[in-house]
Design a protein around this ligand. Structure first.
Ligand code: ZN
Length: 198
């Protein structure tokens, strides 16, 4: 400041310029300080959001594995359904009559797909559910049957085919997720869910 005053005294015009410069410098520094402070406060938060986002992506994101990766991990029957979109014989799955409390996970990647309290007796011969866990499956239109358009659904994580969803299910959704039992693994409530694989 003494320097500025001295300049102002002896070189009025340049002194004022210098003083103004100093003030703007102080303001700039204060802005920088605030910016740095905000960055310091926000950075860990944004990092944790990114980390959480990555975790969710990892949990629900598609696992890019070739079919050959899954083949040794699952039965041939499960492979045929998951990756060749075949359908198991009606009433052939022990899970059709499974009504214990628990979770149904994808037989390939172990992503939880259904909760037991959403399972119901559809009379179709395939395990049926009226609701799928949020974001657990993706759908596509299936034209494989002559003159019939169906909605196919597959595991959102590994992409394996699980079944078809119809709109003749019970309340409250009115949906029927008709799932091949061979591509599900039942985990009773008392047991921990298996770690995701793939
Ligand atoms: Zn899966």
């Amino acid at each position: 400041m003494q320097y500025v005053v001295a300049q102002y005294r002896f070189l009025p015009y340049h002194g004022i310029k210098a003083y103004n410069f100093r003030m703007s410098e102080i303001k700039t520094n204060r802005r920088n300080f605030l910016r740095q402070l905000i960055t310091l406060l926000v950075l860990p938060w944004s990092f944790s959001i990114r980390t959480a986002g990555a975790a969710v992506e990892e949990l629900l994101g598609r696992v890019k594995r070739p079919r050959s990766y899954w083949k040794p991990l699952i039965s041939q029957a499960a492979y045929d359904v998951l990756f060749k979109e075949e359908t198991e014989r009606a009433y052939s799955s022990p899970l059709y009559n499974e009504y214990r409390e628990g979770h149904f996970v994808c037989a390939a990647c172990y992503l939880p797909l259904f909760d037991s309290d959403k399972k119901y007796e559809s009379g179709t011969g395939w395990p049926s559910f009226w609701q799928v866990l949020p974001a657990a499956v993706e759908t596509k239109t299936d034209h494989s049957l002559f003159l019939q358009e169906r909605t196919e659904y597959h595991c959102a994580r590994c992409g394996g085919h699980h079944g078809h969803v119809f709109d003749d299910g019970p309340n409250p959704t009115g949906l029927r997720y008709c799932n091949n039992g061979v591509v599900l693994r039942f985990v009773p409530k008392a047991e921990a869910l298996p770690e995701l694989r793939g």
